[in-house]
Design a protein around this ligand. Structure first.
Ligand code: GLA
Ligand code: CA
Length: 664
């Protein structure tokens, strides 16, 4: 078989494309990516079909015998998803054991449809299954990169006008309590969560082409769009946006179906201390000890098998120790955790040194630069809290103000403060360099230049009228003191926010840093409740968590929710809409360049640096493909395909709850 290698970091040279006549160019980039792998066809990873017979994890035999569970062939759909052996680096697995995660997050609650997260670090993804799947696409060859991979949506077709998308759901999939998954679950997700403005769903109202939902039968439905769309828009139906929840549980808690319910009570309907929730994922949370541990057990109704007919997943148990993100890497390096996305550059040198020892329990692989940080100024005048806040936001809406802040940043110094060495590369705005849509020649760089920053600020009339060292709002208003929220638990965020504050102080702009926990940050960020916010947000695909970055739909982006768009932002919105409505890869690449240019030359938000990340996986874990990127189409927890990971029986960790599954 011919081996193909894909160079993930494409921007090793500056491309003078002529799109940016007067712009400053990005400095040269050196890639650290060591990922090399063979690209395969979509259907080489998994397909749908029926097999002559099915097997289950031996621990389930007793539960079937006692009548607690139906036999495996009754629990599986007629045509389950079949994972192909040819794409498994270690082949068909052995059942049993524990997969040990360590995370820095804490489960907010189990109602993901109402926007609640379960603590991140892969726990959300272990419970949720979505209409389509993006994670494994990193391994798909270019000519088959036609769109997302199917999942619960087994197939879909467009009408000739490209205004109607008919989706065929898998038939016979069951929730973890045995209830049927069908079109009503999808309708409820879309109509009563996404399109209900009062629910803070991850997919924002009207951001999916403002489509209407039409039920055709139990397993078929139609999205009817307001204007022609293309395959790209289907990517929105992947994690974390397109993941239905159990309508048979949640409808009764929703104000549309229950007059005693409120939107707040609906959001809280599945509190994190009540287990087990009903899920479609490979594992079900059965224990939650706050600040300590979440234990998940295999879902006996999971709808995927291997080619030998073994129902997945292979691991019986999954642990999420509730600790810190730094501890995730420390434990992976020490061998007491099985997995980490190494993403705090402060650990890189030491962790790499240790993992290169041949006795190290862990493997480390660096990918392209996909982690990027940014300062977002809230551009929405309508949600200002008082007159001063309003005047601040009016100033934020001045492109020269944002450009001044960008020129005031010494990004090399910020990078070196994070980690000595070649890890960090400047980030301004738009796509990360690891994105297939990044184009260096379409990026307007704002080099460190305090004179330019000062001149731009002076030009806006934001001078220090009272001589206390801090510039004042134009017209002799108050001092410009920007309140900036950041996640206090993330080292890399905190260090950078502090560096940004001290650098901006040098041009007379003061930042008042407020450190919050991750859950509060998430809520404030996605509801647009802040004056400014510093966070790590990857921009790889224009169709993932779209409201973090793009003016996609009326209430997007989160940093300008009120729909009061800046002139360039309207242009950006048109380019975005054209991108998702296009089915021509070359045209999409051009539109992505246009977006990149608009976002960088207007400093839509103010980026700091971008860094590569390394994936750490314990050597006892089999089927973890060494080419798996920490982040590309999705985070590594999805890309590594955990349902087909396994550990040989002799190396398995002892289960805490052997012989059990979630009981309802
Ligand atoms: C957090 C972590 C990432 C990744 C994601 C998965 O954001 O920082 O490394 O694990 O969760 O959702
Ligand atoms: Ca002043």
């Amino acid at each position: 078989m011919k081996t193909m290698k894909r160079a993930l970091a494409v921007s090793t040279a500056i491309v003078a494309s002529g799109t940016l006549a007067t712009a400053d160019q990005m400095p040269p980039e050196t890639s650290l990516s060591g990922l090399e792998y063979e690209l395969i066809g979509r259907g080489d990873i998994y397909s749908y079909g029926s097999l002559d017979s099915y097997n289950q994890a031996p621990m389930l035999d007793a539960l079937v015998e006692s009548g607690a569970l139906p036999p495996v062939n009754e629990r599986l759909p007629a045509e389950p998803i079949i994972f192909k052996s040819g794409a498994m680096v270690d082949g068909i697995g052995e059942y049993g054991g524990v997969f040990r995660h360590v995370i820095g997050g804490r489960p907010e609650g189990w109602n993901w449809m109402a926007g609640q997260h379960q603590g991140w670090g892969g726990i959300n993804m272990a419970m949720q299954e979505c209409l389509v799947r993006q994670g494994p696409r990193w391994q798909v060859k270019a000519e088959e990169q036609t769109g997302p991979l199917p999942n619960l949506a087994q197939s879909w077709t467009w009408n000739v006008d490209s205004t109607e998308l008919t989706v065929n759901l898998m038939q016979g999939v069951k929730w973890s309590d045995g209830d049927d998954f069908d079109v009503e679950d999808v309708r409820f997700w879309y109509e009563d969560n996404v399109q209900d403005e009062n629910v803070a769903s991850r997919m924002a109202k009207d951001s999916f082409g403002a489509a209407n939902f039409e039920v055709i039968d139990d397993y078929t439905f139609k999205f009817v769009f307001q204007s022609p769309q293309a395959e790209t828009i289907v990517e929105n139906l992947a994690y974390i946006q397109g993941c239905p929840g159990p309508s048979h549980i949640l409808k009764d808690a929703h104000p549309t179906y229950n007059s005693d319910a409120t939107y707040d009570s609906y959001t809280q309907a599945l509190p994190n201390d009540v287990v087990p929730p009903v899920v479609l994922g490979a594992w079900v949370p059965v224990v939650h000890r706050p600040d300590e541990l979440v234990i998940m057990r295999r879902n006996p109704y999971y709808f995927k098998v291997d080619e030998a007919g073994n129902q997945l997943p292979y691991f019986n148990e999954m642990h999420f120790r509730l600790s810190t993100w730094g501890d995730r890497t420390a434990q992976a390096v020490a061998g007491t955790g099985d997995f980490s996305n190494m993403e705090d550059p402060g650990n890189y040198v030491e962790a790499l040194k240790q993992s290169q020892d041949e006795n190290s329990p862990v493997r480390a692989n660096f990918g392209p630069r996909v982690l990027s940080w940014r300062l977002m100024l809230n551009l929405d005048p309508a949600s200002a809290e008082d007159d001063t806040d309003r005047a601040m936001r009016d100033l934020f809406r001045e492109t020269d103000f944002r450009l001044a802040l960008s020129h005031a940043l010494d990004r090399d110094a910020i990078g070196q403060a994070l980690a000595r060495g070649p890890f960090a590369y400047p980030y301004v705005a738009g796509f990360s360099t690891g994105s297939p849509y990044y184009d260096a020649g379409s990026s307007d760089f704002q080099p460190f230049d305090q004179d330019r920053a000062n001149a731009l600020l002076d030009g806006l009339g934001a001078t220090d009228t009272d001589g206390d060292g801090v510039r004042n709002l134009p017209g002799g208003g108050e001092n410009i003191v920007i309140t900036v929220l950041h996640d206090g638990g993330a080292n890399a965020d905190r260090k950078q926010a502090e560096a940004v504050a001290s650098q901006l102080e040098e041009v007379g702009i003061r930042m008042n840093l407020r450190s919050l926990d991750q859950t509060t940050m998430d809520t404030n960020r996605t509801s647009g409740q802040y004056q400014a916010l510093f966070a790590r947000l990857p921009v790889i695909l224009p169709t993932r968590e779209v409201c973090e970055t793009f003016p996609a739909g009326a209430n997007c982006p989160f940093f300008n929710r009120g729909g009061n768009r800046l002139p360039f932002e309207a242009e950006l919105a048109s380019a975005y809409d054209a991108f998702v409505a296009s089915s021509d890869a070359a045209e999409q690449a051009e539109l992505a360049k246009q977006m990149q240019r608009l976002m960088t030359e207007n400093a839509y938000y103010i980026g700091t640096v971008q860094i590569p990340a390394a994936l750490l996986v314990n050597k006892r874990i089999r089927n973890a493909h060494p080419g798996t990127p920490v982040f590309m189409y999705e985070w590594a927890e999805d890309s590594v395909i955990r349902e087909r990971l396994w550990t040989p029986a002799a190396e398995q960790e002892e289960e805490v709850l052997p012989g059990t599954v979630a009981e309802y």
